[in-house]
Design a protein around this ligand. Sequence first.
Ligand code: AVJ
Length: 324
Amino acid sequence: MSIVPKDVITRIADLNFLADVYQGLDSVPKTLPCKYFYDEHGSWLFEKITQLKEYYLTNVELDILDQNIEDIAFQLGSNVTIIEPGCGAGHKVQKILNAIEQPKTFIPFEISAEMLSYSVSRLRILFPHLEIQPLEGDFTNKKAVKQIISETNIGNSSNVVFFPGSTIGNFSRPEAADILRNFKRLSGINGKILLGIDLIKDKETLIRAYDDTEGITAEFNKNILTRINAELDGNFDIQNGFKHKAIFNENDNRIEMHLVSCKPQVVIIAGKCFHFDLLETIHTESSHKYSIESLTSITNQAELTLEKYWCDHQNRFAICLLSA
Ligand code: AVJ
């Protein structure tokens, strides 16, 4: 880090980003954390992805919610507090808040301050009588979760942790079990977790969902390089240097997104050089796919019980109700 030019890195957020990028690109094989896809442009690209025909996940999950909303609301009970880690704009929770009887409080838990204030303002207009208590923070951080529990009285009520969208898929299976353990703490006494998972299906459908014909996912993947160039004084050749690739890793039942180097090349980031061989890849994201059985092994590890789940007719996606 000593070689970072003085005037280049000015913000703490940039420093964390830089440290993660250096660590990832010094690893063998090279990696970059997928959370850095989501700056303003990346979040917008992801919104575009959710509207692609090939990316079935979002629409199928919204349909499952719509088709089963009465039963889901019944299972969640009345007068509950809903916590949504990584809530984004809050479009999915809107359906839940509409359906349950007298929701008590909504707690959006979000790492991006801009996204958090946007979704809070939006939901305050839609639900003027609902109490909204925004929490800014990283739900993967155990310490942050502990602090929230000790500073609020979340732990003493019955809450629902809502975690839709297959976000859990971005984590390895041991990490996923850890996150569910954290959520169990957040859910309080007799707490519940409503979790969206993408189900294992044929390889072709999965790869199409992560390598669309319009190239939006490719642009989303490359956005991490665009950010490194803009924010960390990098010189990636975005146009011709790297190609988007999606593969299905059958051993781990996960889609992997990679950026493949089209040539032997050296890239400089804030003064530090990284060498890439021809066809060397940067692994940028994993998206784990589940069966109900493989989910059960994770919920067992987190000492949670799978109470009920709702699927679409083609078994593409499932919304699962877990209880503490
Ligand atoms: C937002 C993590 C659920 O893994 O399917 C979409 C992100 N990556 N296309 C996913 C994503 C490529 C998405 N999640």
